[in-house]
Design a protein around this ligand. Structure first.
Ligand code: FAD
Length: 471
């Protein structure tokens, strides 16, 4: 290994040859002009994501070790008109972390957990939520909102929102951030919070990576429950599911609330309410009391008693299954939206009547449950203009790799999006179909000027995050 290559590797940097030498300026290698070896596999990986629908090859992939690395790269890329995108865990489904012909910043090396205090934790943005939990749980602490899947990066979910089973009570993950360190599109390293650079703080949270790259986040912590009693309840139809979901949302009997419409494998659907009560010590909640007044098919109910971390790991078990049957690697043309509470049941029912089990796949689902919108305060998280909204997500996990079928689903997503939008629904911007700048203007509505103005201030040459085709 050459000295220069060693220096680059010490800097935590992986890059294609010529660009590495020019782009980083970090290492003696760049000045000496001696190129490191080409990391072609990293470039290939950065041209893919979990969606397997879009393929855009960057010119280089850099793996920064610090905010200073990123700032230097941003200034260099901006001066050359190159596009840059951060990549956390690459679980986008439509190329949103890609930069064709530009530079992808692989954030995985920036994963240090800095400091756990009784009410907060400071972490580098490339850390996964599972790593955050590994650090907080020994202190009996947890972030108030966690995504169902924990192997997403902190930066990746804060760029979109971050919804989970406790969102109806605590908002999105972006509502539970105390401060962020950011490198802006023009290469400035800034700290932002509600009291320091608040315009940047508001533009970064759920800002789809348009104004800056999050390098470090200070996250709110609360006491973690010891145990979770989970109630998966089944219903004969959408109407009875919705009625009980509304009841339990209003009376607050559950600490976690979600729900889904599941393919039954025989062409019909199963209607599921997923509630959970968190508790400490030995005194498990009384099941009859928890379920009082609900109209589910009681003999079908599945009640489990789990440790907090066992409960949070449910998605990891599905991931193992999908990896082993290959479906983790299939195209994933997901559509994620929020419906208005006032017409959710009608719209969901109409759409359901047009879908087949194969439209989501045997292990897919249609997420459907109510949440109150008042807990959500992040300006760029868009919600229907009502006090109750229903996440309505086509989590498509096709049984086959068929690219033509996946493309057909992308086209169908676009048509469904327009239909839902026209009925007052809103996109969760983790979805697989093309969006134009006008679509984004429409999506952000009165908040568009917040994002647009911040873009002019912090990324005036539109260097950052081209995958959304927004600027
Ligand atoms: C299996 C699975 C389960 C999911 N479950 C949930 C869920 O329960 N709740 C939920 O809300 N979402 C969920 N999602 C969606 C997920 O939150 C988003 O796709 C998220 O953006 C992915 O995080 P990532 O680390 O993989 O980001 P990437 O896909 O790598 O990046 C996503 C976007 O964020 C930008 N970005 C990444 N890092 C940074 C950074 N440090 N600073 C600024 N911008 C950055 C990227 O450029 C890109 O535009 C799920 C996705 C999958 C595939």
């Amino acid at each position: 290994m050459t000295t220069n290559k060693r220096t680059l590797l010490r800097a935590g940097l992986t890059a294609t040859a010529a660009l590495a030498a020019k782009a980083t300026g970090l290492a003696a290698a760049a000045r000496a002009g001696e190129a490191p070896s080409i990391a072609g596999d990293a470039v290939t990986a950065a041209a893919e994501d979990f969606g397997h629908l879009i393929h855009r090859k960057p010119q280089a992939v850099l793996r920064p070790a610090s905010a200073a690395d990123i700032a230097e790269l941003m200034r260099w890329a901006e001066s050359r008109g190159l596009k840059v995108a951060a990549r956390g865990q690459g679980h986008s489904v439509f190329g949103r972390a890609m930069a064709e012909g530009g530079v992808v910043l692989d954030m995985t090396a920036m994963c240090t957990i800095h400091d756990v205090q009784p009410d907060r934790i400071s972490v580098d943005a490339g850390a996964t939520w599972s790593a955050v939990l590994d650090a907080t749980l020994p202190h009996g602490l947890t972030p108030p909102v966690l995504t169902n899947y924990l192997e997403l990066s902190v930066g990746g979910t804060l760029a979109v929102g971050g919804i989970g089973p406790t969102t109806f009570r605590h908002g999105m993950q972006t509502d539970n951030v105390l401060a962020l360190d950011v490198v802006t599109g023009d290469g400035r390293h800034l700290t932002c919070s509600p009291s320091s650079n608040p315009d940047l703080f508001d533009a970064i949270r759920a800002g789809l990576g348009q104004c800056g790259i999050i390098t470090r986040a200070t996250l709110r912590l609360v006491r973690a429950p010891e145990r979770v009693r989970r109630f998966n309840l089944f219903y004969a139809d959408l109407r009875s599911l919705t009625a009980d979901q509304r009841t339990v949302l209003t009376d607050g009997r559950f600490d976690q609330l979600q729900g889904a419409i599941l393919p039954d494998g025989a062409g019909a659907w199963r209607y599921q309410l997923e509630g959970a009560v968190q508790y400490d010590g030995q005194a498990a909640p009384d099941d009859d009391a928890v379920l009082a007044g609900l109209s589910d098919q009681r003999s079908a109910a599945v009640i489990s008693d789990l440790t907090y971390i066992e409960d949070l790991s449910a998605f990891a078990r599905l991931e193992s299954l999908l990896r082993s049957n290959g479906q983790w690697f299939h195209p994933h043309p997901w559509l994620l939206t929020f419906l208005r509470g006032s017409n959710a049941e009608q719209l969901a029912g109409d759409i359901l009547a047009e879908l087949n089990n194969s439209d989501v796949g045997p292990f897919g689902r249609i997420t459907y449950y109510p949440m109150t919108t008042k807990a959500l305060c992040t300006p760029l998280v868009r919600m229907p203009d009502e006090s109750i909204a229903f996440p309505f997500n086509l989590i498509r996990i096709p049984a086959s790799k068929d690219a033509a079928k996946a493309e057909h689903m992308v086209i169908s997503n676009r048509a469904l999006y327009e239909r839902l939008r026209d009925a007052g629904g809103v996109l969760y911007p983790v979805s697989a179909f093309p969006m134009s700048q006008n679509d984004w203007k429409d999506h952000f509505g009165p908040r568009w000027s917040l994002l647009h103005d911040a873009k002019q201030r912090y990324d005036p040459l539109a260097t950052l995050t081209p995958g959304y085709t927004m600027f």
